[in-house]
Design a protein around this ligand. Structure first.
Ligand code: AMP
Ligand code: GLY
Length: 430
């Protein structure tokens, strides 16, 4: 559909969104914090602005008069940018700060689930004082917890008492450091099992789900090392993953629907993409977190497979009239592997890459994330650089497609080659 879309954000996920907008005949106006070479070549115009440039973004939107604005990254959604755009009568396909609390405040999210008796909630405790937090940890010495800042963490602020610390004193110190920075900390009961990501478009009432996805969060192929922003991700055929039970998928869908209904019943219309992070445990499906945006990297897999008209979808989210019958995804599996600088995430040593983009096969895509320079010779940064995506009949085949195209990328980098391989799938807990 022909329409003018303003896309806010400049990472790999936004590159995937931008490609779909242009493929669906949208006119793309990009606002990004740095020059993403792929988005730059796709858009009609681009402007450089970060999440702290709210006024600039609002006045750009007023001048450009897009049919709809899509604000993509969490760092922008946390700021009252969507609120100000709506106040200026500009249509937006993203949640305002009130709706985005589902991600920006883990306390808001846990309390919402509790208030409405929504299944899947975890036991949790909030502490505002380091002495109380320490006393609690000592009194529960036989239990393990996830220690989390209440706000946005970029996937890196969560630590598990038995995994990330050698003893209770280290855990207490970590909790105290969060309290001294944020004035509060949240402890959740630690759960184990397979995680999965369930995303959906929603206009605040109607929902349309994306294919189920899984993010490979740990740095190393043996599932050790620090948690990262996500080293890669997989989706399977039939919108399912072979190791997540169908009844658990249905339960997770029900939880997402109830969250949207609960927000609505309290006067909050959540518009955009809602993304639940779940765990399949022996005692049912548990909510790990909720996000108010597309997942990165899982959102890239889903955009690559999106068969609907994204321009039309974004307009309908902005107008509050999502037609769920217009949302379709290709019935294929996909695997994404991120290229990062060696030493990522703690001590990245970014260098230059050489990329051969010539005659890319239909089932292999290269998305540009945090890189500078040209598409052929991108310079890496300390963050995730290129997302390589394969599409196939099976997850294993899609993983192999990424590997057979690696000759196209040269330079020093790190990647988890094991994402989506038969060996990695075998280790999953059904
Ligand atoms: P979050 O930023 O809340 O998604 O947490 C990052 C990662 O930490 C999750 O993807 C899980 O792997 C892990 N995690 C978070 N909360 C818990 C929990 N309560 N129990 C076990 N693992 C967790
Ligand atoms: N897949 C992790 C995130 O988007 O938060």
């Amino acid at each position: 559909m022909k329409a003018k879309i303003m896309l806010i954000g400049g990472g790999g996920r936004e590159d995937a969104i931008a490609r779909k907008i242009v493929e669906n005949e949208g006119t793309l106006i990009s606002v990004m914090p740095f020059e993403n070479p792929s988005i730059k070549r796709l858009c009609n115009k681009f402007f450089i602005a970060g999440e702290n440039d709210a006024e600039k973004i609002i006045s750009l939107a007023r001048e450009e008069k897009p049919d709809v604005v899509y604000v993509s990254p969490d760092s922008f959604l946390e700021k009252p940018i969507v609120d100000a755009l709506q106040y200026s009568n500009i249509k937006v396909a993203s949640p305002d700060t009130k709706a985005f609390q589902i991600e920006s405040s883990k306390i808001f999210m846990r309390q919402l689930l509790k208030r409405f008796g929504i299944q899947g909630n975890l036991k949790y405790e909030i502490f505002y004082d380091e002495y109380d937090a320490g006393k609690f940890l000592d009194s529960q010495s036989n239990k393990e917890f996830a220690i989390k800042p209440a706000g946005l963490t970029g996937g890196k602020g969560v630590k598990l008492t038995d995994v990330h610390f050698r003893n209770r004193d280290e855990a207490k110190k970590y909790a105290a450091s969060i309290i001294s920075r944020d004035k509060k900390v949240i402890f959740e009961e630690k759960v184990t099992g397979e995680e999965f990501s369930l995303q959906a478009f929603t206009d605040g009432m109607n929902l349309s789900f994306f294919p189920l996805a899984q993010d490979y969060k740990r740095l190393m192929d043996d599932e050790t090392g620090p948690n990262t922003g996500g080293m890669g991700s997989i989706t399977g055929k039939e919108m399912l993953l072979p190791f997540i039970r169908r009844d658990n998928v249905e339960k997770a869908k029900d939880i997402v629907k109830k969250v949207i209904e609960s927000l609505y019943s309290e006067g909050t219309m959540f518009k955009g993409v809602i993304y639940g992070q779940f765990m399949q445990t022996t005692s049912g499906v548990k909510v790990i977190e909720f996000n108010g945006r597309m997942a990165d990297p899982e959102g890239i897999n889903c955009m690559a497979l999106y068969d609907g008209d994204l321009v039309e979808t974004l307009l309908s989210l902005g107008n509050g009239n999502l037609k769920t019958s217009s949302i379709h995804f290709q019935n294929k599996a996909s695997v994404l592997k991120y290229i990062v600088a060696e030493g990522y995430p703690d001590n990245p040593a970014p260098g230059k890459l050489k990329v051969n983009n010539k005659d890319l096969p239909e089932h292999f895509k290269i998305y540009y994330s945090s890189v500078k320079g040209s598409m052929e010779e991108p310079e890496m940064t300390g963050s995730r650089s290129l997302a390589l995506l394969g599409i196939g009949e099976t997850i294993e085949e899609a993983s192999g497609i990424v590997e057979t195209n690696l000759w196209r990328i040269s330079g020093k980098y790190y990647m988890r080659h094991g994402i989506g391989t038969a060996a990695s799938l075998k280790k999953k807990h059904f």
